[in-house]
Design a protein. Structure first.
Length: 323
């Protein structure tokens, strides 16, 4: 199923990726060579995860509410959400669901996106939608756990909310233990697909609603299922390397803008870049670069600034949801 670009005007964080387009190497997890741990903030999967966290925190509501329609729409229709490329291949998360830890006796997955994806009911603008047969094949490739989904309800205004939840599978359980020891993201390579579990941690801006927590405490996590496509060994990535070098200089130079324009890389509005780049356009250029496998110190700083301003100021006035 193809995915289409939409402009995220809320708080989609920059998808920040390594400047040499190969990514920071993870620490391998003991005993299982297919599992890796990412703690370096410059690592490809970890920064994509931080982007998802920023998008999540930019939605209204709490917990499972935030992981509802808004996040699903962005993750489905926007190609920048938990998707990137490097010298090895391209990565594209198709299912992103919240692992809830608070106000529940044991961790559970709010399997909203998994449920819709499995039923082939994800929001899409695809003129040639995935057939049920194709979706069945995709689910096998993603290795989505075949665990029972339970319906839970919460009375809320203006209507009663309903979620599909499930227990954690073996990988998610092991990953959560690692997150609880302080790690940031646990990754599992499955050949043509991948899985990941990334932490959502307490920060200063969360104290309005989590007064009993301290900075760095684990509040929840995201569980990801995605496809990995191998990149041809002879594919030319000269442009990516040139842009990675030019983008290191802040503010973005005219040479950088010319390189983008000369290679027909339109900005988020579909037009050529201006120079000097308007301040409001830098966000969109940053995330386009990140999608290509590029990160700079300036992009990293802007991502952290976005995260520090979230969640929304009016969240305290809303009714808490299940987490």
């Amino acid at each position: 199923m193809s995915r289409f670009k939409v402009v995220c005007l809320l708080s989609l964080s920059l998808l920040l990726i390594s400047p040499d387009t190969t990514g920071i190497q993870p620490s391998p997890a003991k005993k299982d060579p297919s599992i890796s741990i990412y703690d370096d903030e410059s690592a490809l999967p970890l920064f994509q995860h931080h982007s998802t966290v920023a998008l999540f925190l930019g939605e209204k509501g709490f917990g499972a509410d935030r992981a509802g329609v808004g996040l699903i729409s962005h993750a489905t229709l926007d190609p920048y959400v938990m998707a990137w490329s490097d010298d090895e291949g391209t990565y594209d998360a198709r299912i992103i669901d919240l692992i809830g830890l608070l106000q529940v006796p044991e961790p559970r997955v709010y399997a909203t996106m998994q449920n819709l994806y499995s039923r082939n009911e994800m929001p899409a603008e695809d003129p040639d939608p995935t057939t049920p047969e194709e979706r069945t094949v995709e689910l096998r490739r993603l290795r989505v756990p075949n665990l029972p989904l339970t319906t839970i309800q919460r009375d809320s205004k203006p209507k009663k909310e309903e979620w599909k939840v499930r227990k954690l599978d073996t990988f998610e359980t092991k990953a959560l233990v690692l997150l609880q020891t302080g790690h940031a993201l646990v990754w599992k390579d499955q050949g043509t697909s991948f899985r990941a579990v990334g932490a959502i941690r307490m920060q200063a801006s969360c104290v309005r609603c989590h007064e009993d927590k301290k900075n760095g405490d684990l509040l929840g996590a995201f569980t990801y299922f995605g496809f990995k496509t191998q990149r041809p060994a002879d594919e030319d990535r000269t442009l990516e390397r040139k842009l990675a070098e030019l983008a290191q200089h802040e503010p973005y130079s005219k040479e950088f803008v010319d390189a983008r324009n000369n290679n027909h890389l339109p900005n988020d509005t579909g037009e050529r870049d201006e120079w000097p780049i308007p301040q409001e356009q830098i966000f969109y250029i940053d995330r386009e670069l990140a999608h290509m496998g590029i990160v700079t110190s300036g992009m990293l700083k802007r991502q952290k600034d976005i995260l520090a301003r979230l969640p929304r100021d009016n969240d305290k006035d809303q009714e808490p949801a299940a987490k």
